[in-house]
Design a protein around this ligand. Structure first.
Ligand code: GLV
Ligand code: MN
Ligand code: MN
Length: 417
């Protein structure tokens, strides 16, 4: 087994990985380094075309499920066995970077080709996956494709999700399926033997520690809410205070009280209001409607429950005469990843001669849903200054190669069993 791991890892082609990273990063590029490739946009479709062109060049079969999750299959000796799967996402934040998600997909493609190049015939098939709409910026919630795949989000609910222009997931998926008539279909929940996702850390721990590989033990939990506040519009110069139902004043009071609720001297709670929309958005008109989102995360399920359960009541208690609705769009508990896969990541990393450390993920990942269906692990690599979800995101080419080598070794060893 050690020989197979070493051969698979050594066959990762640094030049190919680097070239493909630049090619993929050019689709939806903003500025020198950034990326705007939100889910199910034309840029997302073109990025999929590019990845599938690599698959076609190797003769790999491509399958897609009903939410657009895309699987590229390199057959093993025994096609009847459940495959070992690796991958991530290629959608991005509206002003994101070229590594979040993309690295995991590039590394997955590299694994398939490295196995070919090393002449390794695996027992199980190996698949690279692109999960649909991991980011959740255009369509809520985040990790939509893997949630539907794992049966944690009803397909019809996902299909109804709409962006700020009122375009639904269903409409965009229709366009995707029409673009790819030749792609085979796969059912949700198709059994995997194991899954491994490679990703940039998106935080500062590996870089600060000077360690190239993180073996991810757990992913913290998160809850998402969409709050809609409805008041009454009117003239800014003439409407007396008593006659006002100002949706923005109410929303500001809610955010203030939520900030107090989430205050944590230990700095473990993560609380973010990332979207704030005001109507009619005119300087001299009282705001009638506000929509804002809450992203709340914690590694402890008890804290997630205790604080998260107070979000709706805190908003209601600060309505200032307006009408409030609070919709919970995501409730994902903390995930402990598979101990055996994580141990295998440690072992392979050591065999390749790289240093590693255990780490808990602050960011969320499709792996948390896949972990409900099969033994699942994650490999992290460092990113510069620990920043992500910004155009400044960056990982060194050598760090990507190191992560891809560990991934190749882990996947090869899993696929031989
Ligand atoms: C993933 O994009 C996250 O929000 O953690
Ligand atoms: Mn990601
Ligand atoms: Mn992200």
């Amino acid at each position: 087994m050690r020989a197979v791991v070493a051969r698979a890892a050594a066959a990762v082609d640094a030049a190919r990985l680097g070239r493909r990273h630049l090619e993929l990063a050019s689709i939806g590029a903003i500025g020198e380094t950034g990326l705007n490739r939100e889910a199910l946009t034309d840029a997302d479709f073109r990025a999929r075309d590019l990845v599938l062109s690599w698959a076609a060049a190797r003769g790999y079969r491509v399958l897609m499920d009903g939410i657009g999750n895309t699987f590229i299959r390199r057959p093993g000796r025994n096609e009847a066995l459940a495959p070992v799967v690796t991958g991530s996402h290629i959608d991005s934040q509206p002003a994101g970077g070229a590594y979040d998600g993309a690295f995991g997909v590039l590394a997955a493609c590299e694994v398939l080709e490295a196995l070919d190049d090393a002449g390794i015939v695996t027992e199980r098939s190996v698949e690279a996956v692109i999960w649909t709409n991991e980011e959740g910026s255009r369509f809520q919630p985040t990790t939509m494709g893997s949630a539907v795949f794992a049966g944690r989000l009803p397909l019809d609910q996902a299909l109804r999700a709409s962006d700020t222009a009122g375009i639904t997931v269903a409409t965009e998926l229709d366009r995707l399926f029409k673009r790819m008539p030749a792609v085979g279909r796969r059912e949700f929940g198709f059994p995997f033997a194991a899954c491994v996702e490679a990703h940039i850390e998106q935080g500062p721990i590996l870089e600060r520690s000077g360690i190239p590989i993180g073996a991810v033990m757990a992913i913290q939990g998160l809850r998402w809410f969409t709050v809609r506040v409805t008041g009454e519009t009117g003239h800014a110069g003439t409407t007396p205070r008593v006659a006002r139902r100002d949706a923005l004043m109410a929303a500001v009071a809610m955010v203030q009280r939520l900030t107090e609720l989430m205050a944590d001297p230990a700095d473990v709670v993560r609380f973010t209001v990332g979207r704030f929309e005001v109507l009619p958005n005119s300087p001299n008109t009282i705001p009638s409607d506000v929509l804002f989102t809450v992203d709340f995360r914690h590694p402890d399920a008890g804290v997630l429950a205790r604080l998260g359960d107070q979000v709706a009541s805190t908003c209601q208690a600060n309505a200032l005469g307006c009408t409030v609705s609070v919709e919970e769009t995501l409730d994902a508990p903390p995930t402990v990843l598979d101990a055996d896969v994580t141990e295998r990541i440690r072992r392979v990393t050591a065999e390749i001669g790289l240093a590693q450390m255990d780490i808990v993920s602050g960011a969320t990942h499709d792996a948390k849903y896949v972990a409900l269906t099969c033994p699942t692990g994650m490999i992290f690599i460092p990113c510069r200054d620990g920043v992500s979800h910004t155009v400044l995101e960056y990982a060194e080419p050598e760090q990507m190669v190191a992560g891809a080598r560990v991934l190749a070794g882990v996947v090869a060893s899993l696929a031989m069993e």
